[in-house]
Design a protein. Structure first.
Length: 468
């Protein structure tokens, strides 16, 4: 079944072509390289030619960050380079494909580059199929080079390119992530986004979905309804911050994650568990969530989605706070079991049943050979030693000390740390005596402590020396 796509959050190029965009003076000029233009064209062509895919599938560009102005135009805060390239491609198709001459093209206006707008409007392909290169300024040079690149790419494709199919895919199946951040100062928003060139994350975009006013209340709402919606937004915002703060506790975080788990932002872990999406697609999480949000105000649906997020986090927190589950789950994740597997396994089980399943997993993970047959540097040795340490903590009567999975994963403890005892064993009698003295002080087993003391006496060291 094809899922209806929300044109508000994921507008197509067709939708963008009916909008007017304003490029403020704080934006730098167009700088895309020919290689970047060719890569975009190739991606669209490949997507357009894939007839085996679902008709509802689309090619998604990175976020377009905008702010609605009083004039009705959209101020472009981030994404101007992509937007200008889309303008150039759609303009070329409209000019060169007779069947597309009725297509609309998005409007671009500039705060301080009026000549750039006129230059864009005047772009044309000559009768001989060439495009004039204009280097009057750096903006014109990059724009004309990009337009030349588009023309040449189409010419090189020749008859292998179905221009009408390509144009249709571009307009209807190429979409952008539409993001309207909170705040009215475009310069401040631009500075925040571009400081360090850090792109918007899935978490920021999903947070925007949960806190967007139009999800809570529509036009004509009563003052009471508006106030209720505002309070619900504030509640979700505060709860979001609490979840993020908790996940930034390294003891909690490294209990849940393996050594090779890398999350763009830590709250992404919750969304990945809920969606099952763990691939490398930059905005797959956002797109998955975008499809679940209402196109019209629906407080109950937004609350239902948020309750799922809270429920997921609370279960993870419950595992962390439970003494036995903490050590069992922590060991399994530290030795390669994925959190998502444990998450699915826990679904529908009572806590006692889940505990038994975890213990079974641990038993199955142990080496089949006897401990005596294990050799130094075998991976199984590391696993056995880790389990020994974890179980020692688990069975301890002193519940104030947990096994530190955060230190274990960050400090890369290995068999080397144990093996080094043999390499640095005491050689002189004095060193041996001091070593045994220190060791005896830490022995809780009175029988073993007595054996050590007897050994010292039998070795020719007097009791007085041992006690010295």
């Amino acid at each position: 079944m094809t899922v209806a796509i929300d044109e508000e959050r994921l507008p197509s190029v067709e939708t963008l072509s009916h909008r007017s965009f304003f490029v403020p003076s704080y934006q730098r000029g167009y700088r895309w390289t020919p290689e970047e233009v060719r890569e975009l064209l190739a991606d669209i062509r490949q997507f357009a030619g894939d007839e085996s895919g679902d008709a509802g599938e689309f090619y998604c560009l990175q976020p377009l960050v905008v702010r609605l102005m009083d004039s009705g135009e959209w101020e472009v805060i981030d994404g101007q380079q992509r937007l200008t390239t889309i303008y150039l491609i759609t303009r070329y198709i409209k000019e060169m494909c007779p069947r597309r001459d009725k297509d609309t093209v998005l409007a671009l206006h500039y705060e301080s580059r009026e000549r750039t707008r006129r230059f864009l409007d005047g772009l044309a392909v000559n009768d001989d199929g060439t495009v004039d290169f204009n280097d009057d300024n750096i903006d014109f040079a990059h724009i004309s080079k990009a337009y030349q690149t588009i023309v040449k790419w189409v010419e090189d494709a020749g008859g292998d390119l179905d221009k009408d199919q390509f144009a249709s895919a571009l307009r209807r199946r190429v979409r952008v992530i539409w993001y309207e951040p909170t705040g009215s100062d475009g310069v401040q928003i631009f500075t925040r986004i571009n400081r360090g060139k850090i792109p918007l994350t899935n978490a920021e975009l999903i947070r925007g979905l949960f806190l967007k006013s139009s999800n809570f209340i529509g036009a004509g709402a009563s003052p009471d309804q508006a106030e209720s919606a505002r309070l619900r937004q504030m509640e979700i915002s505060v709860e979001w911050d609490r979840i993020e703060s908790a996940l930034h506790d390294d003891k909690f975080w490294y209990f849940l994650t393996g050594p090779n788990d890398h999350a763009e932002t830590r709250i992404d872990l919750v969304f990945r568990l809920l969606t099952g999406i763990f691939d490398d697609d930059s905005y797959a999480l956002f797109r998955a969530y975008s499809e679940t949000f209402p196109s019209k105000p629906d407080v109950s649906l937004v609350s239902e989605q948020w309750d799922r997020v809270k429920g997921c986090f609370q279960q993870l927190q419950d595992w962390y706070l439970d003494w036995e589950l903490y050590h069992l789950i922590g060991y399994l994740i530290a030795t390669g079991t994925s959190l998502i597997d444990l998450w699915y396994e826990s679904t529908g089980l009572r806590k006692s049943e889940f505990r038994e399943n975890l213990k079974s997993r641990i038993r199955e993970s142990l080496p089949k050979a006897s401990l005596e047959s294990l050799e130094y540097r075998q991976a199984a040795v590391r696993k056995v030693l880790l389990l020994h340490n974890v179980l020692t903590n688990l069975e301890s009567c002193e519940r104030h000390f947990r096994f530190p999975f955060n230190r274990f994963k960050n400090q890369k403890w290995d068999v080397e740390h144990i093996h080094s005892v043999a390499e640095n064993s005491p050689e002189s009698d004095l060193h041996r005596r001091e070593w045994l003295k220190d060791a005896a002080e830490h022995l809780r087993d009175e029988k073993l402590k007595a054996e050590v003391e007897n050994f010292v006496v039998a070795s020719g060291w007097g009791e007085s020396e041992f006690d010295a």
